[in-house]
Design a protein around this ligand. Structure first.
Ligand code: FEO
Length: 395
């Protein structure tokens, strides 16, 4: 194995999941990684483990650096299964290791893996463990991304290990930010934020402000997914600050589906109208784009226009799935508009508006509905609808 060294005595022992394409509903077109780190000093600590199907690879990587009997601490920054499902196996091998987690982490470990995890010792913000010349300091980070989540900070090496925060679902043979294409890196970091962390934005702003106030120098951010930020860790911190404060631009995202192309024609005319009014427009047909890709585009948009044909007096199932996903992610500060086609009774626009209002979205009251196939006059109305929405967000 090629040893991946972050700093002297600090090693990446994670695994690359090249072929995962669906991460609990989030389409991961570029795979992912589950990062774990081994820190060797007078004492040895393993930070996090990996998804169970890769535990054999983690075991092999650790054994190339040390024996499991020499591990003194296993730090569980987060209990979600992508990071902890090999812990029961690793804990059996690391017979001398104390397992440390937050108090909520201990509860969740017992709930996941049983009473043998009653032996877990808990840490809280500010607690430190001396490994020798290196010190681990813990910072609780509840809800980033679960109630148990915490960050581990390696004091002397100035490395922050924040688990899910600042990650990306990006499989790569490179491990560091200065080794990969920056556009791809930020594209995946954006998608990760939009689909995992967006509903936690207020907490993220506060947590970053809290870490800044602690005045801890950060030379490297080593998350639990994807690339390690060593050249420019502030790049991702600043991006998180922007996203968490709902920074948006004059951009309209049109998300729709279609049965016989009527709603498709409407979407295109609405997009033309918005673009004519001078805003950036993205047009995403569900079944061509995943809902996780749509949410990524929505992250920095000022308006979202959602179009559906009517099927059995309801919105089309793909739109129902999209709206369920979108309402859970709680996007803030956007204007929502609805449009669609119908044959006789209608119902799609009404059912979508109901969902959006119940979610607390800022909804344009007057949706746009067209019977059967839009003619020239109908397409003109669509164009004007797009123009009006663009004008509203430009104000
Ligand atoms: Fe990567 Fe919340 O688990």
């Amino acid at each position: 194995m090629v040893k991946v060294t972050l700093k002297d005595g600090v090693y990446w022992v994670g695994v690359i999941d090249w072929n995962i394409r669906d991460f609990h509903g989030y389409i991961t077109n570029r795979g992912s990684t589950y990062n774990a780190y081994l820190i060797q000093d007078e004492k040895t600590a393993l930070i996090d483990t990996v998804k169970h199907q890769f535990s054999e690879e983690l075991v092999r990587k650790v054994k190339e650096l040390t024996s499991f009997e020499k591990i003194d601490y296993i730090i569980v920054n987060h209990v979600e299964m992508d990071h902890s499902s090999s812990l029961p196996e690793i804990a059996k091998l690391a017979v001398n290791a104390k397992i440390l987690s937050s108090a909520r982490g201990k509860e969740e470990l017992i709930e996941h893996f049983g009473k043998e995890f009653e032996r877990v010792e808990t840490v809280k913000s500010g607690d430190e463990i001396k490994l020798g010349s290196k010190t681990l300091r813990f910072v609780e980070a509840p809800m980033l991304h679960w109630p148990d989540s915490m960050f581990t900070y390696l004091v002397e090496d100035k490395i922050l290990m924040p688990n899910d925060a600042f990650g990306q679902h990006l499989a790569s043979s490179e491990r560091f930010d200065d080794e990969v294409d920056q556009h791809i890196l930020m594209e995946e970091a954006t998608m990760y934020y939009a689909n995992i962390l967006m509903p936690l934005s207020p907490l993220i702003t506060r947590k970053i402000q809290e870490v800044v106030a602690m005045q801890i120098p950060i030379e490297m951010i080593a998350p639990s997914h994807g690339i390690i930020w060593r050249k420019d860790p502030m790049k991702i911190v600043n991006a998180y600050l922007n996203w968490s404060q709902n920074a948006t631009k004059n951009k309209v995202v049109i998300v729709f589906d279609t049965m016989w192309n009527s709603t498709d024609k409407m979407a295109r005319a609405i997009g033309d109208g918005a673009a004519y009014a001078g805003v950036d427009v993205k047009l995403l047909k569900l079944r061509s784009y995943a809902i996780s890709e749509a949410m990524t585009e929505i992250l920095d948009a000022k308006a979202v226009l959602v179009g559906s044909p009517t099927l059995n007096n309801q919105m089309f199932p793909t739109l129902s799935s999209f709206l369920t996903y979108a309402t859970g992610l709680k996007p803030k500060g956007k204007l929502w508009g609805f449009f669609g086609s119908y044959g006789w009774g209608g119902g799609a626009v009404k059912s979508m508006v109901k969902v959006a209002k119940e979610a607390g979205f800022d909804v344009v009251e007057q949706g746009l509905e067209i019977k059967f196939v839009p003619d020239e006059e109908d397409l003109k109305k669509c164009f004007e609808f797009g123009q009006q929405i663009a004008q509203k967000i430009k104000v």
